[in-house]
Design a protein around this ligand. Structure first.
Ligand SMILES: Cc1cc2nc3c(=O)[nH]c(=O)nc-3n(C[C@H](O)[C@H](O)[C@H](O)COP(=O)(O)O)c2cc1C
Length: 246
């Protein structure tokens, strides 16, 4: 009887050892697979960390912190004028926009952001000669034309694109109003302009003087009005890449 009990006990111990061993093996194989899973996770975490690191200088991918403010004054043209020869407008199939607005939209197309047109209470003439005289008079008077459009939530933007045509070798006077109306301290200001030959005309330094506590990117996108309609999206993209905004 004692022998039978002893044999039963030995068998029980043996079975339980084998069972234990199997459970341990299963656990370790689970561990193995979870280790693989962990290492996969880790490697994907690393990748996203790297991505995050390399995205540090880039614009928020949704473009939600980007404001693209621009002033434009498309001149009146007859319906027959084509996109390229027209002085100050870009005609597409269904829109006619000023040169500066056209470039603003290309920037938005590339990185997103909110378009904002700087508009004035007064209506400028759309005829070239009276407009040129009006602008000259405003400049002489150092006028500050009142704006009719307002940025409601300037605080929510970190990157402010400012686009304008060159008028009489300077900023159009409504740009002075805009730059004096908002405090852009701590923000990054990125410039683009269209012109008829005067290029940037030192307006980057004028803007830096008006917004001393902002970071002004002096590498502006400067496009002649005769090139606006034929400017490729890639050119705008390349400029944005060159200033680490894409
Ligand atoms: C009132 C006025 C003054 C201008 N003065 C200059 C100038 O001094 N230098 C220049 O290169 N272009 C000058 N231009 C040309 C504009 O800068 C150019 O046509 C610009 O692309 C117009 O942009 P918009 O269509 O967005 O208004 C002037 C245009 C106007 C209407």
């Amino acid at each position: 009887m004692k022998k039978i009990l002893l044999i039963t006990a030995i068998l029980l111990v043996t079975f339980s050892l084998v069972a234990c061993n199997q459970i341990t093996n299963n656990d370790s194989s689970q561990n193995d697979s979870s280790t693989v899973a962990n290492s996969t996770d880790q490697s994907s975490e690393n990748t996203s960390e790297n991505n995050n690191a390399s995205n540090e200088n880039k614009v928020n991918s949704s473009g939600s912190n980007v404001l693209i403010a621009y002033f434009t004054l498309p001149e009146a043209v007859d319906d027959d004028s084509d996109t390229v020869s027209s002085a100050s407008i870009v005609k597409t199939e269904d829109t006619v926009v000023g040169s500066t607005e056209h470039i603003a939209k290309m920037i938005q197309n590339s990185i997103g952001g909110t378009l904002f047109e700087i508009e004035t209470e007064k209506q400028y003439s759309k005829e070239h000669d009276p407009l040129v005289d009006e602008a000259a008079e405003e400049q002489e008077e150092n006028a500050r034309p009142e704006l009719s459009s307002k940025v409601e939530n300037m605080d929510s933007y970190d990157i402010i694109f400012i686009g304008y045509p060159i008028w009489w070798g300077d900023l159009p006077m409504p740009l002075y109003t805009f730059l004096e109306e908002y405090d852009l301290s701590g923000k990054t200001i990125v410039l683009f302009c269209t012109h008829g030959g005067s290029r940037l005309s030192n307006t980057d330094n004028t803007i830096a003087d008006l917004q001393k506590d902002a970071t002004v990117i002096h590498d502006a996108l400067v496009i002649s009005r005769s090139d606006v309609a034929v400017t490729e999206q890639e050119e705008v993209d390349r400029w944005l890449e060159s200033i680490s905004l894409k």
